[in-house]
Design a protein. Structure first.
Length: 364
């Protein structure tokens, strides 16, 4: 039996909710975490047509990229499409989950999938964000490996293409247990010296609380000691956009046509073709005009995203080509990420892509 919370847990292991922006509303929007999942429908947006499709085909969990609700609801009346979707979902015990800016913010998320489609190599986050911390703790030598491994298995200790990174040094810890204490080693009322291992691990902000809770539950001391230091370093593995390189340079006009084909664009808006060929490519799913200067600073030949306004195109300043492929078009492959995350952990589970094209923009 697969429960809603089983699905949401595996999605949030990949894209933790703590990575979402303050304005966002990712997570379980509607439903019951303890409900059994019969089958899943994947979509970019929640619309009335998608709700009807789920009900007609017997799905009781919808996973979307864009949340149905961004702001508070004071009345639940059928006077707009959001309320009508919610009312019908509640009436039919339909669960709705969304992964939005949290899945935008991970390397293999929305922008990462765009990079996959373009075949980009040597990738890194276009604009990194998120604090890094150094977590230091002290463990008796006999228990050090167990505690260290537990913290590292939370996802801490990632540096570049290396995982399970830590620094460990030997020393002696001293303490005196008083009445009411239950010491792992030593005796009440006597100063005890214990050979200990000092372990230092780099932890991203969104994992810090999880790592501390794991440390507390696995450490043999009833009062484990740990120190947290905020680093000046920015987490290079989270943030918005991806920049990478094509295996070989491609003539600019040809590359623009390739983009149009790969992302099934009815129209592609772009600035003047100021580069004869394309090698270095920046991408961002959704509305990415805010990353124009980052793409220029990272020496991109072209920046591919959506939702550019008229005046934003001037920011290219003949330093790169801006290619606006559309908001929906840039995010359409997010459904593939959901599918792969679920089927990797739960093979042969009933999961289906929505047949509804939810793009609200139409072209003549």
């Amino acid at each position: 039996m697969v429960l809603v919370k089983d699905i949401t847990t595996l999605l949030e292991e990949f894209a933790p909710l703590k990575l979402q922006e303050s304005y966002d509303n990712a997570g379980l929007i509607c439903g019951n975490p303890e409900a059994e999942v019969s089958s899943i429908l994947l979509t970019i947006d929640i619309t009335e047509a998608v709700i009807d499709e789920a009900l007609a085909e017997g799905h009781n969990l919808i996973i979307s990229h864009h949340p149905l609700i961004f702001q508070g609801i004071k009345k639940l009346l059928p006077d707009n499409y959001i309320n009508r979707c919610l009312i019908k979902a509640i009436q039919h015990n339909l669960n709705i989950y969304s992964a939005h800016t949290n899945i935008d913010s991970v390397m293999q998320g929305v922008s990462g999938r765009m990079a996959d489609k373009l075949g980009l190599t040597h990738r890194k986050v276009l604009q990194s964000s998120g604090k890094l911390f150094s977590l230091t703790f002290y463990t008796p030598e006999s228990e050090a490996e167990k505690v260290r491994s537990a913290v590292l298995n939370c996802g801490a200790g990632h540096i570049g293409n290396y995982s399970h990174c830590s620094f460990n040094s030997r020393g002696n810890g001293t303490f005196q247990a008083h009445n009411g204490a239950h010491p792992f080693v030593g005796e009440i009322g006597k100063i005890h010296t214990e050979p200990e291992i000092k372990t230092e691990i780099t932890v991203p902000e969104y994992l810090l609380n999880h790592c501390i809770q794991t440390l507390k539950t696995t450490h043999p001391y009833e009062e484990p000691v740990w120190n947290i230091i905020c680093l000046d370093n920015i987490n290079p593995t989270t943030g918005f956009g991806i920049i990478g390189e094509l295996p070989v340079p491609v003539e600019s006009q040809r590359f623009l046509h390739n983009i149009k084909q790969i992302f099934h664009c009815n129209i592609l808006r772009h600035t003047r073709v100021c580069k004869s060929e394309i090698k270095r490519v920046a991408v961002c799913g959704g509305s990415g005009a805010f990353l124009t200067q980052a793409a220029i600073a990272q020496k991109a030949d072209i920046y591919i995203t959506g939702d550019y306004k008229y005046h934003d195109f001037f920011k290219a300043d003949n330093k790169l080509i801006i290619a606006d492929i559309g908001h929906y078009e840039s995010e359409q492959y997010t459904k593939e990420i959901f599918y792969e995350l679920v089927t990797k952990k739960i093979p042969n589970f009933a999961i289906q892509f929505s047949k509804i094209v939810t793009n609200p923009v139409n072209y003549l």
